[in-house]
Design a protein around this ligand. Structure first.
Ligand code: 7PJ
Length: 271
């Protein structure tokens, strides 16, 4: 995947976590074999992109070294290559980006929007599409007291600045997508405001990716624990699709693919 092709939007991105402490059980694989089996099921269920992550970014998570992250993700990316789907690597570290792309990853998904030292230059050199996500603060403390004057305009301004930084570093605009970063330094209200005004990110003229699957905002609104958030997550996914999202990052691939099929079928008739 040298360009982001989101003409048949939205695409479904399946989460393949290889972190030992991910917040949600689904998508958790603790060996390359298990990750492969999980991804195989996702492919059979119609996934469009596989997202492999080796750094837990859940609230309060501890940091991982680049070497540890490489040891987690590279064997998995190598094995997933034979599934014939684009693979993105969920990382902020330039060393991991390079190792992952050399192992077969075709996209970089960075929750820190290429702000780590060397990340921008590395991504430009690797010449793969990138996802720039907004986060306020750092995972260990980001949920303590997130505050915004206007969350939608602040997130949009940050992402506009990161798009510009990427373009200056030599990453073409058609290789960039953005993500408001649900749950990353945001209260449930902030998350709901971002989702309700997701269309306003269209003005940045790049595809929008959303990650809402099983997140705490779904739990707070429905009153359900992580294991019972699928219906809430599907509703959020369809709402995001209606508001222009191009890529939806999820744990429950089969169910999301069905929900998106309904969205697409209805959309085709309304053209
Ligand atoms: C996101 C992510 C997200 C993007 C995670 C989780 C926490 N990458 N990586 N967007 N979330 N682009 O899966 O709940 O929302 S890790």
């Amino acid at each position: 995947m040298l360009k982001l092709d989101t003409s048949n939007r939205p695409q479904v991105m399946g989460i393949v976590n290889v972190t030992p402490d991910s917040f949600s059980d689904g998508g958790l694989a603790d060996s390359p074999d298990e990750a492969f089996r999980l991804a195989q099921v996702m492919v059979a269920d119609g996934v469009d992109i596989l997202d492999v992550g080796g750094e837990s970014t859940r609230p309060g998570a501890a940091e991982v070294t680049a070497q540890a992250e490489i040891e987690r993700v590279v064997p998995v990316i190598r094995r997933l290559g034979e599934l014939g789907r684009p693979i993105s690597v969920d990382t902020s570290k330039p060393e991991v980006m390079t190792a992952a792309v050399n192992a077969g990853a075709t996209m970089i998904n960075d929750v820190r929007a290429l702000t780590e030292p060397g990340a921008l230059e590395t991504a430009a050199q690797l010449a793969v599409p990138v996802c720039l996500m907004h986060m306020q603060g750092q995972p260990d403390t980001m949920q303590q007291a997130p505050t915004y004057r206007d969350v939608v305009s602040e997130v949009r301004e940050f992402l506009a600045a990161r798009i510009e930084a990427c373009c200056k570093a030599g990453i073409p605009k058609d290789m960039i997508c953005i993500d408001p970063g649900f749950g990353f330094g945001k209260t449930t209200r902030h998350n709901l405001q971002l989702l309700s005004r997701l269309e306003s990110f269209q003005s940045l003229a790049v595809p929008v990716l959303v990650g809402l699957s099983r997140k705490s905002m779904i739990g707070e609104v429905t009153g359900k624990p992580v294991a019972a958030r699928m219906a809430g997550s599907l509703s959020a996914a369809v709402l995001a699709a209606c508001k222009g999202a191009s890529i939806i990052r999820v744990h429950d691939v089969a169910e999301t693919v069905d929900a998106i099929k309904i969205f697409k079928a209805v959309n085709r008739e309304s053209l």
